[in-house]
Design a protein around this ligand. Structure first.
Ligand SMILES: Cc1cc2nc3c(=O)[nH]c(=O)nc-3n(C[C@H](O)[C@H](O)[C@H](O)COP(=O)(O)O)c2cc1C
Length: 209
């Protein structure tokens, strides 16, 4: 079965409306952001999961489809998957974020934490987090416009996305760390990414243990 066929089989799960205001200032999130690698196992609420996904790639201009993070030429190469475990409303598995609908779609049911952690040369804390974001890129969306610059632009773009998520996590009373040390092919296989989708960052998110 192709990835698309699988995706079509699962329904879209609408996420709660994201908050556009918050009690924690931007300056406070900057001052408090620190890489977190010891996670409490408590599950994260669906509201917070939606907020994290929105901070990564939420649509903030319906007319253009532009997002919370900037995108080279508006080519939007980034895809966000979320490994979710213990969320009361959702079965465990890997979900793809659909920005236009602000919704999730289950791609892979089950517990993939062990396989994903193994791909990071066993950085064990990755599997301890109740939520792991996987940021991947589809270079074919950006290449027609930017050619040889594409890889560089995509890496920059993922950096913007990851910083949004890092600061949003702090504002939600959570923490995260960006993880780039992984075997790319092994991680892509574990996440069953489509041909042409390249994983760039993992971001385990949770409350500090
Ligand atoms: C490109 C990049 C890749 C990183 N990869 C990893 C990683 O694979 N594992 C990890 O534990 N931390 C990783 N980090 C986090 C750094 O170790 C961390 O940012 C650094 O120690 C400074 O700590 P701070 O984030 O609390 O300021 C990475 C950071 C960057 C910018």
């Amino acid at each position: 079965m192709t990835d698309d066929a699988k995706a079509e089989g699962a329904p879209l799960i609408r996420l709660p409306e994201p908050s556009r205001t918050g009690a924690v200032s931007l300056e406070e999130t900057l001052a408090r952001r620190r890489s977190l690698r010891a996670f409490a196992p408590d599950p994260i609420s669906l509201q917070s999961i939606g907020q994290l996904a929105w901070s990564a790639q939420g649509v903030t201009d319906a007319a253009t489809g532009y997002r919370t993070a900037p995108s080279a030429g508006g080519t939007l190469p980034i895809e966000v998957d979320l490994l979710l475990h213990g969320v009361p409303e959702l079965e465990d598995g890997v979900y793809r974020y659909h920005p236009v609908e602000h919704a999730l779609r289950l791609r892979l049911p089950g517990d993939l934490r062990e396989a994903v952690t193994a791909s990071t040369m066993n950085q064990g804390f990755v599997g301890d987090a109740p939520v792991v974001l996987a940021l991947s890129a589809v270079a074919a969306r950006t290449e027609p416009r930017f050619g040889a610059l594409t890889a560089r632009l995509i890496d920059m773009e993922v950096g913007h996305v990851a910083q949004n998520v890092s600061l949003q996590a702090v504002a939600l009373g959570l923490g995260t760390v960006v993880v780039a040390a992984f075997r790319e092919a092994e991680l892509a296989a574990a996440l069953e990414l489509a041909e042409g989708e390249r994983p760039i960052y993992l971001m385990p998110v949770g409350r500090a243990a």
